[in-house]
Write a new protein. Structure first.
Length: 257
């Protein structure tokens, strides 16, 4: 059902069984796939593509121009996958030409009230952003990560798969996958053991990750020597340990310790 007070540009593409609430505004060059529900007073700007069966709550601002002084009105995109929950007052911005032209949000994410995703971010699948979580530009969030409420992440940082960031944290460097971090200059506090158990990781995998974490962050070795030691250990055959190492080796901002 589309409410009669909604304003929808004729050039917008609206799929079957899409619901659009009172006073929402849908601009040109917007695509909304089947079964998605748009609440009242939502603004969806041009260049936004939304997948199937998403839920977008009242007063959300979707696909606004990037907050980047070099943006000159170029055509850029916000791409949102399927079955995402986007709560009230969330702000999601399009990409910039300099950053690749696209902000991407995957599938089945839960983005809670007042959260912000800036230009050129790449968010995976089943990520949780609690109330007021804020991403600066060019951030990568891997699958199943959790970002605590009122946390802020610096531009160009990465957060690895299954990592959890505690509330009211300031993240200035990369957070490795499978770990937990917190603080106004976020530091690591071991593995996200509870989250990994809930995700049904095997005991063997947990032991391998714990050993890798101890060697890299608690052995006193230089990072280069610690990575080498893990790579020569039998635990390096574990896919999750391989991902853990590759993420750390690929860091450009540095790793939170």
């Amino acid at each position: 059902m589309i409410h009669p007070t909604a304003i929808i540009d004729p050039m917008a593409e609206i799929g079957e069984e899409v619901e659009i609430g009172p006073y929402s505004v849908i601009e040109r060059d917007v695509f909304i796939d089947e079964g998605t529900k748009i609440g009242p007073h939502v603004v969806i700007r041009h260049g936004t593509h939304i997948g199937k069966r998403c839920q977008i709550s009242q007063f959300a601002s979707i696909g606004e121009a990037p907050q980047f002084s070099g943006y000159k009105g170029e055509k850029t995109l916000l791409q949102i996958g399927d079955r995402n929950i986007i709560r009230e007052f969330v702000t999601l911005h399009r990409g910039t030409v300099k950053g690749g032209g696209k902000t991407v949000i995957g599938n089945e994410n839960f983005i809670m009230a007042y959260s912000h995703v800036a230009h050129d971010c790449q968010i995976g699948n089943q990520v949780v952003m609690a109330n007021g979580a804020t991403l600066a530009g060019h951030i990568l969030i891997e699958d199943f990560a959790i970002i605590g409420g009122l946390s802020a992440i610096h531009q160009f940082c990465r957060v690895g798969a299954y990592a959890i960031i505690g509330g009211i944290s300031g993240v200035l460097m990369d957070i490795p996958p499978y770990t937990k971090a917190q603080g106004d200059r976020a530091k690591l506090f071991g593995l996200n053991t509870v989250g990994l158990k809930r995700a049904n990781f095997s005991e063997e995998t947990l032991r391998a990750l714990k050993k890798a974490y101890r060697i890299i962050f608690r052995s006193g070795l230089t990072l280069e020597k610690a990575i080498k030691q893990v790579g020569e250990d039998e635990i390096a055959q574990t896919p999750e340990v391989q991902h853990f190492l590759q993420f750390i080796q690929g860091s450009k901002r540095g790793i939170s310790r």
